[in-house]
Ligand binder design. Structure first.
Ligand SMILES: [Zn+2]
Length: 210
């Protein structure tokens, strides 16, 4: 896809996330990697009403080249790209059920979700929990970068998920699966759920590596 097609796709998928209640207000941001930099949704923009022409164009260091001022959460995206060379897109949302899970006590910080479904295991993998930092605290960038090498999906405590993918559509699909899994986890909290076994997870990892 060329840059204009990627801009159109960001607006189209942003609207899709917004229309289905996965993004609200000006929360959430989307980026894609270009050969010489990044496209990122502007600060205070609504994912449901992105203007492709005004999307922020950044150089390889995250400096604004054209378009509106970038999201203040740009560092979340840059940290993912710096540690994951094959990532082509990053999506960050404040989607309801994932945020609810991010506020729970007693989570396993290396692997937040219990193995509920095969799709959660395949698309989300081991979801890492990033400790809470106030919005704009640059220590959050460092905390994300530390985990990004091993996890393509991380959950910011009391905040929301950040997911990298090899394309924008795959990053969006994975964060949708993450939100769905968070919802299932909450629905099953007061039930005795039958989880996938260690052998079943190993089989999934064999059949669907990476
Ligand atoms: Zn956020």
């Amino acid at each position: 896809m060329n840059e204009n097609q990627l801009r159109e796709q960001m607006a189209e998928l942003g609207k899709s996330l917004y229309d289905r209640g996965l993004a609200h207000g000006s929360a959430g941001n989307i980026s894609v990697k270009l050969a010489d930099g990044y496209l990122l949704t502007p600060t205070n923009s609504c994912l449901g009403r992105l203007d492709p022409a005004r999307i922020s164009r950044l150089d390889g260091n995250g400096k604004l080249l054209s378009g509106d001022a970038p999201s203040k959460e740009a560092f979340l995206h840059l940290g993912m790209y710096q540690e994951r060379a094959n990532s082509a897109a990053v999506v960050h949302l404040h989607c309801l059920h994932a945020v609810a899970v991010s506020c729970l006590d007693g989570l396993n910080a290396d692997d937040v979700f219990p193995p509920i479904t095969a799709y959660a295991v395949m698309q989300v993998g081991k979801l890492a929990l990033v400790p809470y930092f106030a919005p704009g605290d640059t220590a959050l960038a460092e905390a994300v970068r530390k985990l990004a090498g091993k996890h393509h999906a991380v959950l910011l405590a009391n905040h929301g998920p950040v997911v990298a993918g090899t394309s924008l559509s795959s990053a969006v699909y994975a964060i949708e699966e993450l939100e769905q899994t968070a919802r299932l986890m909450l629905l099953l909290q007061s039930h005795s759920a039958r989880l996938l076994t260690v052998e079943q997870i190993a089989e999934l990892n064999r059949r669907f590596p990476g």
